[in-house]
Design a protein around this ligand. Structure first.
Ligand code: GLY
Length: 359
């Protein structure tokens, strides 16, 4: 089946997300002919996946510099970024050269950040290899690294020149990671494209497998939602905030778990919490709240969290709010695909919504 191309705007340089199985042949076209050197940033453990990427670029005439980095979140570190800057400098990378990031969301965030900062910005192509990376992290131009004080505190908006989602990489992903990515797909369904919900509900067993009947359509629809949102609001001054559905409580849970809890699992709980908030605030019907629980449960995602954790989670959300200089805000739904903002909810409302998700 041929590749699908989803356009992303919102900046002076629109780009395409190319989706398909075995689409590595598209990579050289996304990187473009002007780059003499290409750095391929990838986790050390993904050498097998990075090798054909490097070979495709070499075949297209580029001088390729494979640059392995630590696996996962450990890569999003200033020392790792500084090491990559040193490697680019030693290899003589100029402003017309390019960076390719291959891996999960942490790696593509790092690669995008290094591309954004090297010589004030060089061309970057992202090749996400996880479901979460394909439907969220690699699309939209957010790049960044973590500091001791928090996640993604240092970064830049640097839209890629292209994103290549090769579905052939997904079967190697552990099932739990795939299911974590599915939370973001389901989120896209609730905030913007309810056909996603219908597809998951029609075949929940298939939805958790990369070989599922609707996999490609689910991924393409979720990417299309993200593409539409970031095209309308790249810098998150308005509509992009809806992508944070389920994330306010979700981030607090990830922090409480020292980031050992998968992002998607925390977001799943956060979405049920947000749905309960909306119901208790008179904005959302009970049936749609239950639909959150049933669809998330059907794919193995959690919908509740420890009751005794609430005081700590509430404090974390408040600190996060202070750090961002805004009132505590939740994305809520006023119906399917009708996101809205609930700003400054009362403690009583928050407490009641948490009681409804406490396990
Ligand atoms: N992951 C949320 C965003 O890209 O805005």
């Amino acid at each position: 089946m041929s590749a699908t191309r989803i356009g992303v705007g919102g900046s002076s340089a629109p780009y395409e997300v190319v989706v398909g199985s075995g689409v590595l042949g598209e990579l050289a076209g996304l990187v473009g002919g002007t780059a003499a050197r290409v750095a391929v940033i990838h986790p050390g453990s993904l050498g097998e996946i990075a090798r054909p990427v490097c070979a495709a670029l070499e075949a297209a005439g580029h001088v390729v510099h494979p640059m392995p980095v630590p696996d996962g979140e450990a890569a999003k570190d200033a020392a790792v970024a500084a090491d990559l800057w040193a490697r680019l400098g030693r290899a003589g990378f100029t402003r017309s050269d390019a960076v390719v990031g291959v891996g999960g969301g942490a790696t593509t965030d790092l690669a995008g950040f290094v591309a954004a900062t090297w010589l004030r910005g060089v061309r970057c192509v992202l090749v996400p290899t996880t479901l979460l990376g394909m439907v969220d992290a690699a699309v939209g131009g957010k790049t960044g690294i973590n500091t001791a004080e928090g996640k993604n505190l240092v970064g830049a908006f640097h839209p890629p020149a292209g994103v290549l989602c090769d579905l052939a990489t997904l079967p190697s992903l552990p099932t739990a990671d795939y299911i974590g990515g599915l939370a973001e797909v389901i989120k896209a369904g609730f905030i913007a494209d309810p056909v996603i919900l219908d597809l998951v509900e029609s075949d929940p067993e298939g939805a958790v497998r990369p070989e599922g009947r609707h996999t490609r359509e689910l991924i393409e629809r979720a990417i299309a939602v993200k593409a539409e949102v970031v095209s309308a609001d790249l810098r998150e001054s308005g509509r992009r905030e809806i992508l944070n559905y389920g994330h306010t409580l979700g981030h607090a849970i990830e922090r409480a778990e020292n980031y050992a809890f998968r992002h998607g699992y925390a977001v799943a709980i956060g979405m049920v919490f947000a749905a309960e908030l909306a119901r208790l605030d008179g904005r959302l019907d009970a049936r749609t709240v239950e639909r959150h629980r049933s669809i998330l449960t059907s794919v193995g995602l959690p919908t509740g969290y420890a009751g005794e954790a609430w005081a700590g989670l509430r404090d974390t959300m408040r600190v996060d709010k202070k750090a961002r200089g805004a009132t505590l805000r939740f994305v809520v739904l006023e119906g399917l695909a009708r996101p809205a903002i609930l700003a400054g909810p009362s403690d009583a409302l928050l407490d009641a919504a948490y009681r409804a998700v406490s396990a």
